[in-house]
Design a protein around this ligand. Sequence first.
Ligand SMILES: [Zn+2]
Ligand SMILES: [Zn+2]
Length: 296
Amino acid sequence: MRPFKSTLRDVALQIYTSLSTAIILVGGGVKLTALETQMSATSTTPGYTKGHRVLEVLAIVTLFSLVAAGCWRALSAAGPNDGWWLAAGIFFGYVLADFTSGLVHWMGDRLGGYETPILGAAFIRPFREHHVDPKAMTTHDFIETNGNNSIVTVPLMAAAWLIPTTSSLGLFCFSVALSLAFWIFATNQFHKWSHQSEVPAIVAWAQRTGLILEPNHHQVHHTSPYETYYCITNGWLNAPLHKIQFWRLAERFVERWTHMNVYRDDVDTESSSVEASIDELDKPIDSQGPTEHATA
Ligand SMILES: [Zn+2]
Ligand SMILES: [Zn+2]
């Protein structure tokens, strides 16, 4: 039988999780109406409203506290032999976050448009404008950089509480969800750093070692015809997904089964420049070109 204290703790966490998720969802509804009214926020980004910024702040605070509570839940439930399960879950969550970043990025670049209901202004627009001016995101503050990812991650983190942590497998699944949520949150920060001319020394080290998205690696995505290397957390899955033509197959699948039009940049479709960029990645870092190139 479970100790009364730990049952009480779980109930308190459940209530907190449900309440914070409800706040985010209700906030989402309020935001949609507020979206009609353009209000000045700290950013000059078109479509970035004060209502959306408030939602972003709420989401970031909620996500941080949920992740902290999740770490506590996982550590207090772990037995002496569960360390490897937790470590494996964190690693798998990091890989899964990279895939998720690619999938969401691909959808933002290729599906729908500015006029798409609900998602157009707040979620699709930043992806499209990033290709017009890749450096613009480097002027965004912490909230604008990480807010959108936090909004989509809070419900995921809330759902993760349904995973029981009474077995090693449950603990593994919960740590995957926890890790996934955290790295999805961090993804746009990694993306922003990959476009910055200067980053803190520790960030540059993490980029060089491939622990997070490396600038020259990401530059392949910003090379004509802009249709590969969508993963932007650490980029580990970019090469294998490019090799099996995953994104091209996904586009064919969408066009065939949903009859949606896939958006393509108005550029030449010669892919030789992308292959040349990928070949460049195999050369030593010192012999590679400048980190930032002019992009369309
Ligand atoms: Zn893109
Ligand atoms: Zn980029």
